[in-house]
Design a protein around this ligand. Structure first.
Ligand code: PLP
Length: 394
């Protein structure tokens, strides 16, 4: 090791000593209710595969067929020679699914945020951002060079105060919130936020990464959940979670989409989504439009698991969605809990600082429509026994 890199060694050692080092497990099976992780068959409580689409036979087949017809790679950025009819078809279908006029895809949700935000605001402008917004919103906001004003989490009154104090000092303004907050599973009061923004000249943007395929009618997302169609200027989302594939999306007014074709930097300077990804996403839209069965099962599983966890005496925080944080406090306890769960055949990852605040470490359980009742019961039994063993529950 070069002496110039000693500082990295020291930092890594610090992370390990404070229980914050990422131990990355290796999967050797498809995503689903059960996984093979580091050679062991375990119940999957970790992934964002809300509807079980990541390994759905129709989606796998659609990807296979498209690869046979179109090959695999787009071979260029969208603006040069990377836009295929498949990309345009997916964007049309996604816009129709969400009930908006237009949509644009990116390679990931992260790219959608870092592409969209700097295209909408810049120097001399202002962003009002929920204090718990996702890292990709924070990075996109910093890249924009607009002034960032944080408001208290999910607090429309504090947003109003921030707007009153700051709005007139800047040119353009953007209010951004996560729809569903990924670590706590609580839902932004988008109706109240919308009402507040009406009194000020500002664009409203929501990151629906954990809402698509989950909230709203048949998984149409947070705007549908609140009945705010046509009122939220920018809906950003991901195809990497409930859709089961990978990709990002921005939908809304056709003018915004046209502008992102010109100014969305990851759109302009990074290659398009691959052919199998696009075809797989198209099949996912088909499945979601045909039936609400998977979304209904997701919610049924969610209600059952949460209620049983609370009956066992666990603190599942403020979540009102399938994201179920099991609050444990210290990162070291959360890591130990996760290791013991794994020994009991349950894969539930501990999450600590900086992903969540210090002292608020947890196991985050992700419920899926892929789980059967038996699976959930096995998971609950493992939580009960590890919880007692470590003195978390009586
Ligand atoms: C996961 C997530 C993203 C990023 O999506 P990817 O498609 O995985 O890049 C963006 N915003 C939020 C709120 C997320 O939870």
């Amino acid at each position: 090791m070069s002496a110039k890199l000693q500082w990295i060694q020291d930092e890594l050692q610090n992370l390990k000593e404070s229980g914050l080092y990422n131990q990355i497990r290796t999967l050797s099976s498809p995503q689903g209710a059960w996984l093979v992780v580091d050679g062991q068959r375990v119940l999957n409580f970790c992934s964002n595969n809300y509807l079980g689409l990541a390994n759905h036979p129709r989606i796998v087949e659609a990807a296979r067929k498209a690869a046979a017809e179109y090959g695999v790679g787009p071979a260029a950025v969208r603006t040069i020679a990377g836009t295929m009819d498949l990309h345009l078809k997916l964007e049309e279908r996604l816009a129709a699914f969400k009930g908006v006029e237009a949509a644009i895809t990116f390679q990931s949700g992260f790219n959608a945020n870092i592409g969209c935000i700097p295209a909408l605001v810049g120097k001399g402008d202002v962003i009002f951002s929920d204090e718990l917004n996702h890292a990709s919103i924070i990075d996109g906001s910093r890249l924009s060079r607009a002034q960032i004003v944080r408001y208290a989490h999910c607090d429309a009154q504090d947003l109003k105060r921030a707007l009153q104090e700051n709005r007139t000092k800047f040119n353009r303004a953007l209010v951004i919130t996560d729809g569903v907050f990924s670590m706590d599973g609580d839902v932004a009061p988008l109706d109240e936020i919308y009402a507040v923004t009406q009194e000020f000249d500002t664009i409203l943007m929501v990151d629906d990464a954990h809402g698509e395929g989950v909230l709203g009618k048949g998984g149409r997302g947070i705007v549908d959940h609140y009945g705010l169609h046509g009122k939220v200027e920018v809906e950003m989302g991901t195809l990497s979670k409930a859709f089961g594939v990978v990709g990002g999306i921005v939908s809304g007014d056709p003018l915004i989409v046209e502008w992102l074709h010109q100014r969305g930097r990851p759109f302009l300077f990074s290659s398009a989504m691959t052919v199998p990804d696009v075809a797989a996403c198209l099949a996912a839209v088909d499945i979601l439009e045909e039936s609400t069965e998977l979304v209904d099962k997701l919610w049924q599983n969610t209600r059952y698991f949460k209620e049983e966890m609370r009956n066992l005496g666990f603190d599942t925080g403020l979540s009102t969605t399938p994201i179920t944080p099991v609050m444990l406090g210290e990162a070291s306890l959360a890591q130990e809990f996760s290791r013991e769960l794994f020994k009991a055949g349950v894969f539930g990852m501990s999450i600590g600082f900086p992903t969540v605040p210090r002292g608020k470490a947890r196991i985050r359980v992700m419920i899926s429509a892929a789980h059967e009742q038996d699976d959930l019961d096995q998971g609950l039994a493992a939580f009960a026994s590890v919880g007692r063993q470590l003195g978390v529950i009586a």
